[in-house]
Design a protein around this ligand. Structure first.
Ligand code: NCD
Length: 331
């Protein structure tokens, strides 16, 4: 495994210019410089997490982080919780299923309630695209988007970029095929934005019914044939079929989908011999990806993506709370 060179903090411009945003609502707001800044910061947390020392880091001691999840989640919620706790913060989780949202409270009222509790950061997942920005506009503390509808999932794209950079030594000049249910995927959207911005060739591979309109405007190449889309790729990123977001029949059957778009060892052979295979999870094994590909440690980065998720979220929580914590140079 290779690791890209970490730039020392002193290489970045002083005065907080290395990252000038109050919230992290999407990759669309970031520059390549800001993405690298977060990845470099996360790189240091990876090492500390592996050494087991990070549990005692108290950079965020005395701060309260609310994870407000209006939609189901396993790895994103857990990794934000672990990230906050490793930095010494108090972390509170709000699950919509048990909250007043179920009693009909509006999003704005929920936002005002969260704000009144004087959290130091709020992490939000919501089923509606744009809901996170709406809350960010109403509250006084930094807001981090943990996935809003089909819109963005910025920390997923950042952890994917970090995983690629560590595995392949760089995250520029690569050919990256994003395959599957692009239409319903905020992971795809954030990754397309991040990976094109960093200077990679991004391909989208999907059945015509699962390709969003005007994809070319996002500077990607569109393929409906999987073998052609994977040809010569350095990275094969698989997406889950998001059945819960489908409001009709987009596909004949999961079996037919697997026959045409499932990642099998034979199909993977079209990519470069050392191409890596990614999946944000949760996986539909035997539908978009075969177990013998997903579980091959030489090719699959799936568990490493989860590990990078904690480090990236530590970096984001640390960076976004620097103004509140009055870290010198961050006013
Ligand atoms: C993704 C999500 O929720 O958008 N999962 C995740 O965050 N790891 C992708 C998915 O649900 O398929």
């Amino acid at each position: 495994m290779t690791s890209a060179t970490i730039r020392p903090a002193s290489d970045y411009p002083p005065g907080g210019d290395a990252f000038r945003h109050r919230h992290l609502t999407g990759i669309a707001q970031l520059t390549p410089w800001e993405i690298s800044y977060i990845l470099d910061a996360a790189e240091q947390w990876v090492e500390l997490n592996r050494a087991g020392a990070a549990k005692h880091d108290d950079a965020l001691r005395g701060l309260t982080i609310i994870n407000a999840f209006f939609e189901n989640s396993t790895r994103t919620l857990l990794s934000f919780e672990i990230a906050g706790k490793r930095l010494g913060a108090d972390v509170v989780n709000m699950h919509a299923a048990q909250s007043s949202v179920k009693k009909g409270e509006t999003l704005i009222d929920t936002a005002m309630t969260l704000n009144a509790m004087r959290a130091d950061a709020i992490v939000i997942r919501h089923q509606s695209s744009g809901a996170v920005q709406l809350i960010a506009d109403k509250v006084d503390c930094p807001v981090l988007n943990a996935g809003d509808g089909r819109h963005e999932h910025p920390t997923q794209a950042l952890l994917d970029a970090l995983t690629i950079r560590r595995r392949l030594g760089r995250v520029e000049g690569l050919t990256i095929a994003i395959c599957g249910d692009v239409l319903h995927s905020r992971v795809a959207r954030s990754n397309i934005l991040a990976l094109t911005l960093l200077g990679n060739e991004v391909r989208v591979v999907a059945p015509p019914t699962l390709i969003p309109p005007a994809m070319e405007r996002m500077h990607v190449r569109v393929f409906t044939d999987m073998d052609a889309g994977l040809d010569g790729a350095d990275v094969v990123m698989m997406l889950r079929l998001q059945n819960e977001r489908m409001d009709g029949a987009y596909l004949p059957s999961p079996r037919e989908y697997h026959a045409l778009y499932g990642l099998t060892p034979q199909r993977l052979a079209k990519a470069k011999p050392d191409a890596i295979v990614m999946h944000p999870g949760p996986m539909n094994r035997g539908v978009e990806i075969d177990s013998n590909v997903a579980d091959d440690p030489a090719r699959s980065t799936i568990t490493e993506q989860v590990e990078m998720g904690v480090a990236v979220r530590m970096a984001c929580l640390d960076i976004l709370t620097r103004r509140t914590r009055k870290v010198p140079g961050w006013n």
